[in-house]
Design a protein around this ligand. Structure first.
Ligand code: AMP
Ligand code: TRP
Length: 341
């Protein structure tokens, strides 16, 4: 039987990642995911990676993959991820991700993958399905299980992927002995879901939102402001939080509140009787001011790719220590001979 999973520090491990599938994160990724990662770095031992292997499921020019991988890492750091306390790295730099995925694939039933809703949605939206897209959740399970991660902070859309990760960990442990830590989902608050500005009943998404429906945090401030000023609202003219009846206005309230720290009810009082013009103007100012330092820091980081690569190499080094130990347990558990013996 393989040895028990171990946690070398007293802080529980936390792990998350994003795919480098666009040049800029949007305000939903920032408010919904990244800011909560930052809030977790004190109490946990964090591993935050760029899911570059996952991004290969979408056919993209290699030069673009490289650029977006660096940009995504730079955005983690610019948002406030502290690289002294957190391992920030590229998934592909730790080869155990691909390796553990193979072993887990051999424990996964076809039917389990066939019922994954994100796969079905992507195919329904016309994305060409390759085998990588089909087995995407197995790679994600490997990402998590390699680090004995106890918590995985992600949005609601990733819930099913976390469930399959738990199922695979439990099944593996039952079959081969205690090898993996079974992770707890850490689904980020529903209120943090940011909606498309033009279609406020659908979530803001880099794959399905139109350019006018998005707030890309690296976008030109003028265009950000313009998109906010032309956000779809309603004919009532009252600034009130009511996600069912007034999704557009409610979304703008959530964005303002998340970035300014002002409670929604205080904003409602402040804009009473003022109509949407001045409200939208202030939301635009709040967003533009919030992203300005962020843009500067990104420019600094991306103007020195060698330094960024050094940070990623150091992060991978830390990650590899943990991943290699887990992979040794996995190899032994399933009966693979130790190399070189
Ligand atoms: P993705 O852009 O789909 O790779 O997502 C990266 C992270 O951002 C995940 O944790 C998502 O759950 C989160 N996320 C994506 N879109 C939104 C949104 N519109 N509002 C809040 N969080 C989001
Ligand atoms: N699938 C996640 C997303 O699209 C990205 C991801 C890949 C991830 N591997 C992970 C998130 C492991 C958390 C843990 O957002």
């Amino acid at each position: 039987m393989a040895g028990m999973a171990q946690t070398p520090t007293s802080r529980p491990r936390i792990l998350s990642g994003m795919q480098p599938t666009s040049d800029s994160l949007h305000i939903g990724n920032y408010i919904g995911a990244l800011t909560s990662w930052i809030g977790l770095q004190d109490d946990f031992e964090p591993y935050f990676f760029v899911a570059d292997l996952h991004a290969l499921t979408v056919a993209t020019d290699p030069e673009v993959v490289r650029r977006r991988t660096r940009l995504t890492a730079a955005q983690y750091i610019a948002a406030g991820i502290d690289t002294d306390r957190c391992a920030v790295f590229c998934q592909s730099h730790v080869r155990e991700h691909a390796e553990v995925m193979w072993v887990l694939s051999c424990q996964t039933a076809m039917g389990e993958m066939e019922r994954m809703t994100q796969f079905k949605d992507k195919v329904a939206k016309g994305q060409k399905a390759n085998v990588g897209l089909f087995t995407y959740p197995v790679l994600m399970a490997g990402d998590i299980l390699l680090y004995d991660a106890q918590r995985v902070p992600v949005g609601e859309d990733q819930r099913q992927h976390l469930e399959i990760t738990r199922d695979l960990a439990v099944r593996f442990n039952q079959r081969f002995g205690e090898t993996f830590v079974v992770p707890e989902p850490h689904i980020l608050k529903q209120s943090a879901k940011i909606m498309d500005l033009q279609e406020p009943t659908a979530k803001m998404s880099k794959t399905s939102s139109s350019p006018k429906g998005m707030i890309d945090i690296l976008d030109d401030p003028k265009r950000i402001a313009k998109n906010i000023r032309s956000a779809v609202t309603d004919g009532e003219g009252e600034v009130r939080y009511d996600p069912e009846g007034k999704p557009g206005v409610s979304n703008l309230l959530v964005i303002h509140s998340a970035l300014s720290g002002t409670p929604v009810d205080e904003l409602e009082r402040r804009f009473e009787g003022q109509g949407y013009g001045s409200f939208k103007g202030e939301v635009a100012d709040v967003v533009v001011d919030a992203v300005a330092p962020f843009r500067e820091r990104i420019e600094e980081l991306t103007s020195d790719p060698a330094e960024l690569d050094r940070i990623l190499a150091a992060g991978a080094e830390r990650a590899r220590t943990v991943a290699a130990a887990t992979m040794d347990r996995v190899r032994e558990a399933v009966g693979l001979l130790a190399a070189g013996v």
